[in-house]
Design a binder for this molecule. Sequence first.
Ligand SMILES: *Cc1c(COP(=O)(O)O)cnc(C)c1O
Length: 371
Amino acid sequence: MVDLVSQYEKIKPAIDSAIMDVIQNANFINGSEVTAFQEDLKEYLSVKHVIPCANGTDALQIAMMALDLKPGDEVITPSFTYIATTEVIALLGLKPVFVEVNKDTFCVDAASIEAAITPKTKAIVPVHLYGQAADMNAIMDIAKKYNLFVIEDNAQAIGSDYHLTDGTVVKTGTIGDIGCTSFFPSKNLGCYGDGGAIFTNNDELALKLKMIANHGQSKKYYHDVVGCNSRLDTIQAAVLRIKLRQLDNYIDARRDVADYYDGFFGAMKGVKIPVRSHDSKHVFHQYTLTLEGHNRDGLNEYLAERDIPSMIYYPIPAHRQKMFASFGSGDLILPVTDWLTERVISLPIHTEMQQEQLELITKTVAEYINN
Ligand SMILES: *Cc1c(COP(=O)(O)O)cnc(C)c1O
């Protein structure tokens, strides 16, 4: 699905020397590259605070810990997402309330959010799925109306632009109270191991987030709140600094692949190409087709037999996962989520795709669809 080796080859000298520098200085934990990356990312996102951490799941967990929620408080999340978004809610003793997504954008549906609000609701976690922003204008209006926190799961959409109703354009992850991201290797901005970061424009929240990520420590050996230990390694920060300079090029390369796929599949019967919302820039972490009237699993197998990767993101929605059985969410009726779960299929998309690969993939998909 991705080609991280070819991508590395193009930036090899810079990466190799940056990694060697860290090793030669033995600056493995909280080295200067971590602070430098933090500054670079702040500037790229135009956000006041960036708190690096160990991975995207930790970022979400720390974000939720900073909101002082109480056991049983409800957090609204789409069910159609990667499990990490929803798992941390339950881990903290909070109640995940699963809602629908929009059939066209794959992102959480604002009307479903509003319908799910109760006096116990404290936060909303929109996910910018596959690289496209959720309906943040509507979500922020709802959050304001009901006094709720918004934590953006930006793990799949770093670098995406969003048009606010006031006319300004901002980066996803900087719109809600807190934004979270992952630097898992295959993400649009990926490191060479695990990594993550938290963003906020709120000074008070920034202090709390920083403290929680560092054992709840306010000054050395003074621990004010229960926290955790979640750091971005210096080596990963060094890699990320170099890759951040390429991020806009990487996004352009992904969008070129998406344009090619759109051109090919756009007119194909029973194949729906990803809908691009008018208020955001899709950064195509995934290129996901929705098959109507064709056997999705059949296509998945047909491609696999011909050594072409394709993936189902995600085959089982969160509300049907066993881990949430105690919340009784398996009985929930989420027709759009279930409908999509049976029909979506993601094709290879990355920064190094060759024309021949695109031709082979599209030709093979067409063979299956037309037979
Ligand atoms: C990747 C991902 C995460 C988790 O990131 P990790 O770094 O693997 O912990 C969370 N949410 C979404 C939507 C993701 O795609």
